[in-house]
Ligand binder design. Sequence first.
Ligand code: PMP
Length: 387
Amino acid sequence: MSESSPLLMIPGPIEISPGVRAAFGAKPPGHLAPGLIEAFGDSLRMMRQVWKAGPDSRPFVLAGGGTVAMEMAAANFVSPGERALVVNTGYFSTRMAEMLRRYGVDVAEVGAAVGNAPTPDDVRRAFEPGIRALFATHVDTSTGVRIDPEPFTALAREHDALSLFDGVCATAAERFEMDVWGADVYLTGSQKAIGLPAGLALLVASPAALEARRTRRGLPPPMYVDLDSWAPIMDAYEEGRPSYFSTPATNLVLALRAGLEEILEGGIDARITVHERAASAMRAAWEALGLQPVPVRGELIANTLSALCYPEGVDASLVGKIAARGVIVAGGLHPEIRETYFRVGHMGYAATREDMLTRTVEAVGGGLRDAGVEVDLTAAVEALPIR
Ligand code: PMP
C-alpha cells in the first residue's frame, strides 16, 4: 500500500497484508489443481486452530460472504417448527432472527437497549422449554458491542440446545474457545479479522451440530448451503483428493491459507492479544479526544472496532472530513442511532501496524478540529503507543 492511498479503517473490508495480497494475486488455478487442493486442505486444518475447535469438528469454506455463512447456520441445524432463541445485540442479530423465521423456525428474542447486551440471567429467563438452539452475535458490528459467549454456551448445554455464534466481526480477534466451551457453530466472513478480501463464508461445526443436520426434518436446506452436500467435498480437500460440488473461489482460497498462516505465526492467543492491545490503545486515544463509546460498559467494547458518538455540535459530515485526511471510516449502521455515531475498524493487518493506527487517530482528531471541536491531538497520539 502506498502511504498516500487512503487507509481503509472501516469494520470490514480492511487493509490486507502484503503476503495475503501476493497470494490472492497469483495466476488463478483450476479448481482441481494440486496446489489449490493443498491450499484448501491446509486452510481447513488451520481453521480448527484459529477457532480452537476439536479434532472432530468440521470446517466449511464456501464462496459467499458473512451472510452466506449465516444462511448455512440457519438452514442446517434447526428444523422448521422448532424453537430457537436469538440473543439480540443489534443489526446482525435481527438479520439472524429474520433468516431463521424464513426457514419456519419459531424464534424468540432476548434483547437489550442499543449499546447494551442481555446478561446471562436475562438469557436464562428467556430459555423456555423446547428451545433447541441459541444464536448470538459475538461482536455486533452495528454498535461495537461484544458479548462473552462462554456463559451462553453453558446455558445452551444445560438446556440440551445447540449454541451458534456469528463471529463475522470477531473470529481471530476476540477470544473464542470452541472446544473448551462446547460451542457448536462459529462462523465468519473473509473480509474482517481473517484478513482477506470479501468473498468467503467460513464456518466450523461441532459433532453435535453435524448430528443435528443429519436428523433435521422438513424440506432439505437450499442446495448451495446444504452442508451434507459440502461435507464430502471438505473431506476430499483435507485428504488431498480432487472433488467438485460448486466451483470454489480459487484465489481467495490461496489467500486464505496465507492469511491463516499469518494469524497463526505466533499462535492464535498471541494474535488475539495483539488485537486487545490495539483496541485498548485506540480506546485511550479516543478518550484523549473526548469521544464517548456507544457500548455502555467497558467490558462490552470489542477489540475489532470502535463505535463512537459524535460530540456535541458534530454530525455525520465528520466521516467525510476524516476521509479528506486520507482515512476511510464508517458512519452509523444501527437504525435507532444511525445519525449519532461513527465506526472505526482496527482488526487484522492494521492491528499489527502502529503507524496505521496512529494515522487513523490523527485523521479523526484532525477531522474533529475541522468540525470546530477543540481537541488535544498530541495527547491522543501520545496515549496510543501499544504496550
Ligand atoms: N454478521 C456480522 C456481525 C457482520 O458484521 C456482517 C458484515 N458486516 C455480517 C454478518 C454479514 O456479512 P456480509 O456483509 O459479508 O454478508
